[in-house]
Design a protein around this ligand. Structure first.
Ligand SMILES: C[S@@+](CC[C@H](N)C(=O)[O-])C[C@H]1O[C@@H](n2cnc3c(N)ncnc32)[C@H](O)[C@@H]1O
Ligand code: SF4
Length: 448
């Protein structure tokens, strides 16, 4: 078993300023814990009126496929294992019925899709026939022929040429492969079902079928990872020449098997500290840049920012509307956030009776929309002054003077007349900085 530290040197995990456990990644604003069931009526009212956005405003679809072969130790996503083909097909039929409900609503009846994202769970787990049928049925309700980007998440052991051809023929432009690390021992210690040879086989098939953008997801700080296994793995990934490399710093949220093991002392290696993770990520970005990649956000580097965009992320960070389908999915439409119910039984039941399966919602004020876009764009490393004065009528340096001064003194960002630029050391910890810009009532709120 690989060890990064001796067990008797293990730090007390719950008593530091940066605890090892918890969920830090900021997906949106205000934090999810502020969304409530008593606001669901607001979301339904919004769906029942004509959209205020112009018909060509960016609008995306997220489709949640919550099935996996096996649960990874660190995973906090809603995903089920061991479901039969019949159960999975039943869920896919519900997704289609859900989309039909939204298509009938005045707010979404005429909107054209500009981006689509199939995420999970493991969308590539679907059987070929189920995949083709789901895609045909979704497209017959809301076609994505005009979309700039269609992303599909894959996990190595579940990819084959037949599925990839179905995806390519149905307009998928961006494939994202969950690799995490190119080291069999570390993969096994973290409960991944695949090995390095599965990655190599899947990647060769993906390249053979040919997609405009291929992304590889990695995690820094996996249990048992060392500098040597992390950078050795990165070099193997660089050798594969993906168009995009995404590296997430390992989080240990409370609802994961990893957290349970951490609490009861059942881990055979100490998790990397945040400082170690940032150090490795900084080294990874430097190595990616040496190989000609461009750092495009706090998490990703791409070979060519023009040819290898990530529309799903950029559009959302600039206020695009997004409809999320599936159990527990999130949406943001016309300034209203809403999330589907998180129980599959309740989700299926609501859709069966023809109602939107929304469990909690939140209507943003104009100022909350401004803060939302500002903090999300900081995750890309830059907020443009002209964009914010044009869209929201604010001068960023005046609106956020105090936190900007404080964070600039720490060397984490700089502000000038053109906008706000997050420095590299700031980018490595950006999700921890964002709360400094929140409205007082949303500070210290959970992002889950
Ligand atoms: C839904 S998964 C991607 C597809 C597929 N399920 C897989 O794991 O290969 C999205 C990505 O989130 C990242 N991720 C999952 N759990 C994480 C955690 N606890 N900390 C950091 N990143 C995590 C992984 O890099 C993963 O590829
Ligand atoms: S394969 Fe992906 S979604 Fe499934 S359990 Fe692992 S990390 Fe989570």
């Amino acid at each position: 078993m690989t060890r990064t530290h001796r067990d008797d040197q293990r730090p007390a995990p719950l008593a530091t300023d940066e605890p090892l456990e918890g969920h830090y990644f900021v997906s949106t604003y205000p934090p999810f814990s502020t969304w409530t069931a008593d606001r669901v009526a607001d979301a339904k009212r919004m769906l029942n009126r004509a959209p205020t956005a112009s018909p060509d405003a960016a609008f995306g679809l997220y489709v949640h496929i919550p099935f996996c072969m096996k649960r990874c130790r660190y995973c906090y996503y809603l995903a089920y294992t061991g479901r039969s083909l019949e159960q999975i097909d039943g869920y896919l039929d519900t997704l289609v019925d859900e989309l039909a409900i939204y298509r009938r609503s005045p707010a979404l009846a005429e909107r054209d899709l500009s981006f689509v994202y199939f995420g999970g769970g493991t969308p590539s787990l679907l059987h070929e026939r189920s995949l083709a049928r789901m895609i045909d049925r979704l497209q017959s309700i809301m076609p994505w022929s005009k979309a700039k980007e269609v992303t599909f998440e894959c996990a190595p052991k579940t990819v084959n040429e037949c599925k990839l051809r179905i995806l390519k023929d149905s307009g998928v432009t961006r494939l994202s492969l969950g690799v995490q690390i190119m080291d069999d021992e570390v993969l096994r210690s973290n409960g991944r079902v695949h090995f390095v040879s599965d990655v190599e086989q899947a990647y060769a098939e993906i390249r053979k079928v040919g997609f405009p953008v291929v992304n590889i997801d990695l995690i820094v700080g996996l249990i048992g990872e060392t500098d040597s296994t992390f950078f050795g793995s990165l070099d193997r990934v660089l050798g594969m020449q993906p168009d995009s490399v995404t590296i997430y710093q390992l989080e240990i949220p409370h609802n994961t098997p990893l957290y349970a093991a951490l609490r009861c002392g059942g881990l055979d290696a100490t998790p990397a500290s945040w400082e170690e993770k940032r150090h490795r990520l900084a080294g990874a970005f430097a190595r990616l840049e040496e190989h000609g990649y461009h750092v495009r956000s706090a998490y990703a580097a791409v070979r060519d920012p023009v040819r290898h965009p990530f529309v799903y992320q950029d559009a959302q960070y600039h206020g695009a509307d997004l409809l999320g389908l599936g159990v527990s999915s999130f949406s943001y439409i016309d300034g209203v956030h809403f999330q589907n119910v998180t129980s599959n039984r309740a989700y299926v039941e609501k859709v069966r009776t023809g109602s939107c399966p929304i469990g909690r919602a939140y209507t943003l004020s104009d100022d909350e929309r401004l803060v939302r876009e500002f903090v999300l764009q900081l995750k890309l490393g830059r907020a443009d002054a002209k964009y914010f004065s044009g869209k929201f009528g604010v001068d960023l340096r005046e609106r956020f003077r105090r936190p900007l001064d404080q964070l600039a003194r720490l060397g984490w960002l700089s502000a000038d007349a053109q906008g706000i630029t997050v420095t590299r050391v700031g980018l490595l910890r950006v999700d921890r900085l964002l709360a400094n810009f929140y409205h007082r009532c949303h500070k210290n709120k959970q992002h889950s």
